[in-house]
Design a protein around this ligand. Structure first.
Ligand code: FAD
Length: 321
């Protein structure tokens, strides 16, 4: 499979910049640990991406990743090809109160561009590391707003390289979930905000920045919320009060500060997992699974990972730690 890909790369005259073998994605993730990708493809533009998808055999596993702010790359690495959209997909265009952003644009840059143009309603994106592509797939959100509240439509390509446009209702978004076809690679999104005074919007950005600094371990190697908040039904079934947050469940089972290998549940925000410096991806995943099992056994609720885990697991050797 790898040799087939190398031939395709040769045929497409791919420079090393666009086509990398054994790319160290784990090290580039926010957690700063984990394995490599067999192949990393960074398309030059949408035609390049479309051609690559058309040209590659359908059995080739293709994984799309963005800023790696919500992803653990397992130590055994990712088979097949990982696609990441960088600068060529990071353009932001503003028309009136509509913002069209490439899927490779950083959420923070989109929020800042909106503020500069005097458009309100996208400030929440400033607190969410990663790209527009990742935010679409995760229906990312913070401080009472999420992507679906501002999204008009998403654009992308399917596995065969065909263009797709999905209106908001076709994205089937709910809390940290997007129902767009799994293989879809988002290339851009259109958001709608509202006209507002620039200074007011900027003040909100500042407030979000300060709030995050005070409540989240943003200076650490982390991946954001480890677990999604349980649904009202899940809480009711376990006899727990409505509105109980994931961090409260982690706290109740002794999760705050809990360590496995080099992975630890943050003391500052116990739904955040951190790499204290020596963590493997397996340390992180085992720690998350330990919390899930404690919460299930002690409180009767099944926590669900919000962080995506991809690639092949490797059994860790913890005899040295
Ligand atoms: C310090 C910190 C704080 C955080 N706070 C928040 C928060 O408040 N709210 C919140 O919602 N999240 C938060 N997160 C998590 C993270 O920022 C979001 O989930 C973000 O949307 C991930 O984007 P990404 O580009 O890094 O995605 P990645 O981690 O690279 O990928 C995540 C998922 O998106 C998919 N994906 C990525 N790009 C595309 C694309 N172009 N097309 C299709 N699918 C794609 C991937 O396949 C994967 O399934 C936080 C993370 C950190 C590190």
């Amino acid at each position: 499979m790898l040799s087939k890909l190398v031939k395709i790369a040769d045929r497409m005259k791919m420079s090393e910049q666009r086509f990398t073998q054994n790319a160290p994605l784990g090290a580039e993730s926010w957690f700063g640990c984990g394995g490599t990708a067999d192949i990393l493809f960074q398309p030059a533009d949408i035609d390049d991406l479309s051609l690559f998808l058309k040209d590659t055999p359908p059995e080739l596993p293709v994984t799309i990743l963005g800023g790696l702010a919500n992803t653990i790359v397992r130590d055994g690495g990712i088979r097949g090809c990982v696609i990441r959209l960088g600068k060529p997909f990071a353009e932001i265009e503003i028309r009136g109160t509509r913002i069209v952003a490439g899927a490779g644009a950083l959420n923070g840059t989109v929020a800042a561009a909106a503020a500069k143009a005097g458009i309100g309603g996208l400030e929440f994106l400033s607190g969410i590391p990663g790209t527009v592509g990742g935010a679409l797939r995760m229906n990312a959100g913070a401080y009472g707003r999420e992507v679906k509240d501002a999204l008009v439509a998403a654009f992308g390509l399917d596995r065969t390289g065909r263009s797709e446009a999905l209106m908001l209702d076709e994205m089937h978004m709910s809390y940290r979930h997007c129902g767009a076809p799994e293989g879809m690679i988002f290339t851009a999104a259109a958001f709608e905000g509202q006209r507002e005074d620039k200074d007011i919007v900027r003040a909100r950005l500042k407030e979000i920045k300060e709030r995050r600094r005070d409540t989240q371990p943003i200076a650490e190697k982390t991946g954001g919320s480890t677990f999604a908040n349980p649904t009202a039904e899940e809480l009711a079934a376990a006899g727990l009060p409505e509105g109980t947050r994931a961090w409260q469940l982690v706290e109740r089972v002794g999760g705050r500060g809990l360590k496995i290998g080099g992975a630890m549940m943050s003391e500052k925000h116990c739904n955040f997992m951190i790499n204290t410096g020596t963590a493997t991806a397996a340390d992180l995943e085992d720690l998350g699974d330990e919390i899930i099992s404690r919460v299930k056994n002690l409180l009767g609720v099944t926590l669900h990972w919000e962080i995506r885990r991809i690639g092949e697991r490797q059994t860790p050797d913890r005899t040295q730690t």
